[in-house]
Structure formats: structure tokens, C-alpha cells
Ligand binder design. Structure first.
Ligand code: NAD
Length: 368
């Protein structure tokens, strides 16, 4: 299977082959019945990841793709045909506020470039629809706070597309960590990177991306450190390295190394880069054992092992599980093992703001 990183390197590709893995019960063992309500979802932003989510949703039992929001009429036409989407559920970026009058759509999944997450998520919330938003949820913590407030006052859910929070091997490592099987976990290492291709893509545009590798891929190590250690960091330090200032302009980070300190005394040491491939590894070390995952956040299959041996679990397309689980969170108030709400996304944005500040100032930045 092509990895996300390989995919992005081949800039310009807009379609993906369907990933038709058989649907099994969700990781939590939920069994779905015909009477269960279905979350009816419109995807906004029909790019590479939007397409991946749409393909994965073919196998969902609790979520269904029923609508689209796109600025490209030809994409709307092809998605209507490919996914059986009715014309009345198709919108563009000018008129999608009218979705408020559409009783056949429950939620909108915002899968646009990062800078559009905040304005579009807020418009979706104001139209009275639940918001699912891709990572990073915003350009910074201030924006993320606005989104959380807007969704709260509109009375809608705000969920962030943290697909790893539903991945079986990840959850097993987290379960063992919480059960104390590794003893006191005092060290986490997160390595996240890929070699980015086309220099003209939005990911290398500060206005659209909000930064560089840190916003796009380093966020996995930030988020992973938090769920693997089960604590929130209290300080960060960070250093930036740039080998290509033409491709990675001012405000677009190529490589950042960063460290985080946690209340228990645990430390995390992480690398985020747009200049190395095959960099997708988590390592957690405790006084009684360790867990290692590689790949740890790619599209999978994820590989995980501990000092006791490999962790086995069936690979299910991440986005299929994610959307079925998110449907249950929204429709039934199910509590995920690792949160995926706006507050969770905001925590990552606060830390990323602090990492950028630490890079600028060269100083240790306190988070509490
Ligand atoms: P993409 O460039 O392939 O798609 C972006 C889509 O947004 C395109 O359809 C584009 O037409 C549309 N768009 C709307 N307004 C635009 C504008 N002003 N400028 C540029 N494009 C505009 O990007 P992608 O890889 O699909 O990423 C989209 C989002 O999904 C990003 O926030 C990214 O971080 C996230 N993502 C998440 C994962 C994951 O595993 N969770 C993986 C890939 C991407």
C-alpha cells in the first residue's frame, strides 16, 4: 500500500485506488445492528485526503458519505457519480451556509488546507452541523480556542481527525502503559517525517499551512507523546535546522527537534522533518519494559512490539474505524479511550505554539 508520505511526494495526484479491506467489528468490539442510526457526512475539500476518507467510508457501518462541499464543479460531478451523492447535498464555498436548511446532513468533515479549517469549521457550526476537522485543527491556539467556543455556542460537536486514536495496536500499547506494564515510563521518542515534493504545494506556503513540517507531520509526535505517556507536558525546548532556505521559506520549518518535559519527570525527544523518508517511529521506555512502533502513524499496517514480543491486531483502514467511532461519539455520546474533541486538538496547538516560540527565542518555554 502506498504510504501517505509517498503519496504527498507525488504532488498533483488527485485520485486514489480504493482500499477495500474487509470490515470487521470496530476495535472496541461494538457490534452494529440495522436499527443503529447512521451519521450522514458531507466532505469539504475533495483533495487527496478527502478522497482517501471517502474511499474508507465505503466500508463504514455507522457513517455514510452523503454530501460534498467543493469549489471545483467537475469534482462535484465525478463525486456525485462515484459515491451516489444527490445534487441537493452538493455545495460550494460560497453557498455552504445553506446546509443549515438541509435535514439530510448531520456533519461536515473539513479536509481543506490548514488555514481554512477555522473559518470553515465556524461556518459549519453556525449552520448547526457537527464539525469534524482535519489536523492541525487550526494555525495556532488562539484560532483553535475560537473554534471550540463557536461549536460550544452552536451546540455541535467538534472532533479532530486523529485517526491513530482508534488504531488497535496504538490502543493496546496505551492500555499496557496505563496498566503499568512498562513500569514508570520516563522516556518517549517520536520521529515524524517525509521528503516533501512539489515546492509550490500549499504545505510549503506559510499563509495556507501556518508553518512547515511541524504543523503537518511533527504534530503526530506531539500528540503521540501525550497519549503514549498519558500526561500533559509542562515545558518545551526546540531547535530548527534548515538545509534549503529556498524551498523552506521564512516561517516554513523544514526540520525541528524538540523536547518536552512532563510532571512525572518523563521527557520526550522528538524530530519533525520534511527532509527524511521512512521516519515514522515511536519508542516508549519505562522502568520495567518498552514499546516500539514503526511505522507508528502512517496509514499502516502499524507495527508494534514490546520487550515481551510483537503486538498482534488486525489492520483495518484507519479512516473506516475513525468514522464509525466518530459516528458513535456524535450520535450516542460514546467516550473514546483517547479523546478526539476540540479540547484535545487545542492542547496540541498550545504545544506547537510553544515549540515555535522556543525556536524563535532559544529558550525553554513553560506550559503551565
Ligand atoms: P490536498 O491539497 O490534496 O487537498 C486540499 C483540498 O482543499 C483540495 O481539494 C483543494 O481544491 C481544496 N481547497 C479549497 N480551498 C483551497 C485553497 N484556497 N487553496 C488550496 N486548496 C484549496 O491536501 P490534503 O493532503 O488532502 O490535506 C488536506 C487536509 O487534510 C490538511 O489539513 C492535512 O493536514 C490533512 N491531512 C490529514 C491526514 C491524516 O492522516 N489525518 C493526511 C493527509 C492530510
Amino acid at each position: 500500500m502506498q504510504t501517505r508520505r509517498q503519496f504527498i511526494q507525488k504532488a498533483g495526484l488527485t485520485t486514489l485506488a480504493a482500499v477495500n479491506l474487509p470490515f470487521a467489528e470496530s476495535f472496541s468490539g461494538s457490534v452494529f445492528s440495522k436499527e443503529d442510526k447512521i451519521l450522514r457526512v458531507a466532505i469539504m475539500g475533495l483533495g487527496s485526503y478527502g478522497t482517501r476518507v471517502a474511499e474508507a467510508m465505503r466500508d463504514c457501518k455507522r457513517a455514510k458519505l452523503v454530501g460534498v462541499v467543493s469549489g471545483t464543479p467537475s469534482k462535484i460531478e465525478s463525486w456525485k457519480e462515484k459515491y451516489g451523492i444527490p445534487a441537493k447535498n452538493c455545495y460550494n464555498y460560497e453557498n455552504f451556509d445553506q446546509i443549515k436548511d438541509n435535514p439530510d446532513i448531520d456533519a461536515v468533515y473539513v479536509i481543506t488546507p490548514n488555514s481554512l479549517h477555522k473559518p470553515y469549521a465556524i461556518r459549519v457550526a453556525q449552520a448547526g452541523k457537527h464539525v469534524i476537522c482535519e489536523k492541525p485543527m487550526a494555525l495556532n491556539a488562539a484560532e483553535a480556542k475560537e473554534m471550540v467556543a463557536a461549536c460550544k455556542s452552536a451546540g455541535v460537536h467538534l472532533l479532530v481527525g486523529y485517526r491513530m486514536h482508534f488504531e488497535a495496536k496504538t490502543l493496546e500499547v496505551v492500555r499496557r502503559q496505563r496498566a503499568g506494564e512498562f513500569g514508570k515510563t520516563l522516556f518517549f521518542q517520536g520521529l515524524s517525517g517525509f521528503i516533501i515534493g512539489d515546492p509550490n504545494q500549499w504545505r510549503l506556503n506559510k499563509e495556507l499551512a501556518g508553518g512547515g513540517s511541524m504543523m503537518d507531520i511533527g504534530i503526530y509526535s506531539v500528540n503521540g507523546a501525550r497519549y503514549m505517556l498519558g500526561e500533559e507536558p509542562i515545558w518545551v525546548t526546540a531547535q530548527e535546522v534548515k538545509t534549503d532556505p529556498i524551498k523552506f521559506k521564512e516561517g516554513v520549518d523544514e526540520t525541528i527537534t524538540f523536547q518536552m518535559g512532563f510532571p512525572s519527570g518523563a521527557v520526550a525527544s522528538c524530530l519533525s522533518t520534511y527532509s527524511l523518508n521512512n521516519l515514522d517511529k515511536f519508542f516508549l521506555n519505562g522502568t520495567k519494559g518498552f514499546a516500539e512502533m514503526q511505522p507508528s502513524t502512517g496509514y499502516g499496517p502499524i507495527q508494534a512490539w514490546t520487550n515481551k514480543g510483537p503486538i498482534e491486531a488486525e489492520h483495518i483502514t484507519h479512516q473506516t474505524t475513525q468514522m464509525d467511532e466518530m459516528a458513535q461519539i456524535i450520535l450516542e455520546g460514546k467516550k473514546p479511550i483517547i479523546p478526539v474533541d476540540g479540547a484535545e486538538g487545542l492542547r496540541d496547538m498550545v504545544i506547537i505554539d510553544a515549540i515555535y516560540k522556543a525556536v524563535r527565542t532559544g529558550e525553554k518555554v513553560m506550559l503551565v
